[in-house]
Unconditional design. Structure first.
Ligand code: ZN
Ligand code: ZN
Ligand code: ZN
Length: 538
């Protein structure tokens, strides 16, 4: 008898039920924090509350070496990977914008000319998941369990659409023009009533009526560098990148898109998530529903001020409060232990070169592009390059054939030229599968290649180096295959998840596969990730 009680106690100490074929969570919440590096958990740990990030880490399962396994590490690519459980070579979302050889124009990852905007007049809603080449975890869920409800929300269209894929009930994103949430005719003919009434509350205008001041006294932000720094960006109409950011004075010049560059963009989205869960009755029965929530303001703020700024510290402290509030809401609405959360990011970000000691600097981006064209003109007497974008070179096949050259020989010479260029350390011929340089970066280049959408040659500058675009406008960026861009959080929490920590390297593409195993359903149709379920249930 005593033994039985002991076993009973042991099994239930963690509080949550294990997954089984019969038992599923009522709601799965996929949280993506745009541009969140893994180190932000430890960096601000002492300043987080017990109920936000700490609740996930302390009571959930954290994979502390989770990485993206491709380049370019960008928003669209990351969100597609989270949804599909694979890399661009299979899911086709090869960048935020890629060059199309047929139309000779840039294509935006979620652009769709066959749909119309819903909730706004104009271009903000002309989006759908049509460019994805793989389906997603939630597409498979809908196939296996048609009554499951699936929603994706974000301030960014691509952040809302790509994680949930083709058969979501809806995706909603933010319109700068209207200052409210919209969608596209891919999902619906008109906005649901509850979205219209939420939009009518004019929350954005209300948020922007107060300046953005630090949450705590500014001298307590000791994890960050000083507030005033020449290499930080500023809003239009602002003269210094310092607190308080006088939002009410900045609306005129920046429009209602201003909120995206403040922590209040995250509060707006968290509010919207709660309203969605109530109004669409998510998690209200035994059939598993899914909501994907992608917080975007962290990315806009990170770009403008960088990882060492007081602005980004303040943003994470406030996001921690948003999360704590959301989790409390979920406990009440769905029930503690009845829902499963996975929190991750879509990519990391580079430190601002001024903060990094060593041979890290900006390179002259236009000078570099000009040098490639000059190389072509000098070698061949004309320009054989059609486009340079996303650290990729697209060759002009027609010009090469006209010169009675082969792309193979041109690529060979281009690789030589690139590898001789100052501070450029890796370059690859994607079709010929010749890559010279950092082997880990080469591997990520191959994983990031889509034959129709990517360039012929990929290149990578030395770790830490940034385009001088960021020197001119201030701030920093991401897209490389280096750790600062690939290493992000992956934390699981709630129904079926044991507490724990794993240092072994895992990939973000493992998330969709693991979610599929949680639901005992088929993997997304091009998935290449591995299931992490055995770790979570140890
Ligand atoms: Zn992003
Ligand atoms: Zn500042
Ligand atoms: Zn970004």
């Amino acid at each position: 008898m005593k033994h039985k009680i002991l076993i009973l106690l042991l099994c239930c100490l963690n509080g949550f039920t294990a997954f089984s074929i019969e038992e599923k969570p009522k709601l799965i919440i996929m949280i993506t924090v745009d541009q969140m590096r893994h180190d932000y958990i430890a960096k601000y740990w002492d300043r987080y509350t017990e109920d936000g990030f700490k609740r996930l880490v302390n009571k959930g399962f954290s994979f502390d070496n989770a990485n993206f396994s491709y380049v370019p590490t960008m928003t669209a690519v990351g969100h597609a990977t989270i949804g599909t459980g694979t890399t661009p070579v299979h899911h086709g979302i090869a960048a935020n914008n890629w060059y199309d050889r047929i139309t000779k124009k840039e294509v935006y990852c979620v652009s769709d000319s066959t749909v119309t905007s819903v909730g706004v007049i104009g271009g903000d809603g002309l989006h759908s998941p049509r460019n994805l080449k793989s389906n997603t975890f939630t597409d498979q869920l809908k196939l296996s369990s048609p009554k499951s409800k699936v929603f994706g929300i974000s301030l960014k269209d691509r952040g809302a659409i790509l994680p949930v894929g083709f058969s979501a009930d809806a995706a909603f994103w933010y319109s700068n023009k209207k200052g409210h949430f919209i969608s596209s005719s891919y999902y619906m003919e008109e906005l649901p009533n509850w979205v219209n009434s939420t939009n009518a509350k004019k929350r954005v205008e209300a948020f922007l009526q107060t300046p953005w001041s630090t949450l705590y006294p500014i001298e307590t932000y000791t994890a960050s560098s000083q507030d005033q720094a020449d290499f930080e960006g500023v809003f239009n109409g602002e003269t210094t990148p310092t607190f308080p950011h006088m939002l009410p004075n900045l609306i005129k010049e920046n429009g209602l898109g201003l909120i995206k560059g403040t922590p209040f963009g995250n509060s707006l989205l968290a509010n919207f998530a709660k309203e969605l869960i109530v109004n669409e009755e998510l998690g209200s029965d035994e059939i598993t529903d899914v909501i994907s929530i992608s917080f975007s303001s962290t990315d806009y703020i990170g770009h403008m001020y960088g990882p060492q700024s007081i602005e980004i510290e303040d943003t994470y402290l406030r996001l921690d409060l948003n999360l704590s509030n959301l989790f409390e809401f979920l406990d009440q609405q769905i029930g503690e232990g009845q829902y499963t959360i996975v929190l991750t990011a879509d990519h990391g970000v580079a430190d601002i070169p001024a903060h990094v000691k060593g041979s890290v600097d900006y390179y002259d981006y236009n000078g570099f592009k000009d040098a490639i064209l000059e190389w072509s003109n000098q070698n061949y007497g004309l320009n054989l390059v059609e486009e340079i974008t996303n650290n990729q070179v697209y060759l002009n096949y027609e010009a090469i054939t006209n010169q009675q050259l082969t792309t193979k020989e041109v690529k060979e010479e281009l690789l030589q030229f690139l590898l001789n260029y100052p501070n450029l350390t890796s370059a690859a011929d994607m079709i010929g599968r010749v890559c010279i340089g950092d082997a880990a970066v080469c591997e990520r280049m191959y994983n990031g290649f889509d034959p129709k959408r990517s360039g012929d040659v990929f290149y990578s500058f030395q770790a830490g180096w940034l385009s001088d675009y960021y020197q001119k406008r201030g701030g920093t960026g991401h897209s490389t295959g280096y750790k600062y861009d690939t290493h992000v959080p992956m934390i699981w929490y709630g129904f079926g998840i044991n507490a724990g920590r794993e240092m072994q390297e895992v990939a973000i593409k493992d998330i969709a596969v693991t979610l599929s195993d949680i639901q005992s359903i088929p993997y997304p149709n091009r998935a290449t990730g591995n299931s992490l379920l055995p770790h979570l249930q140890k």
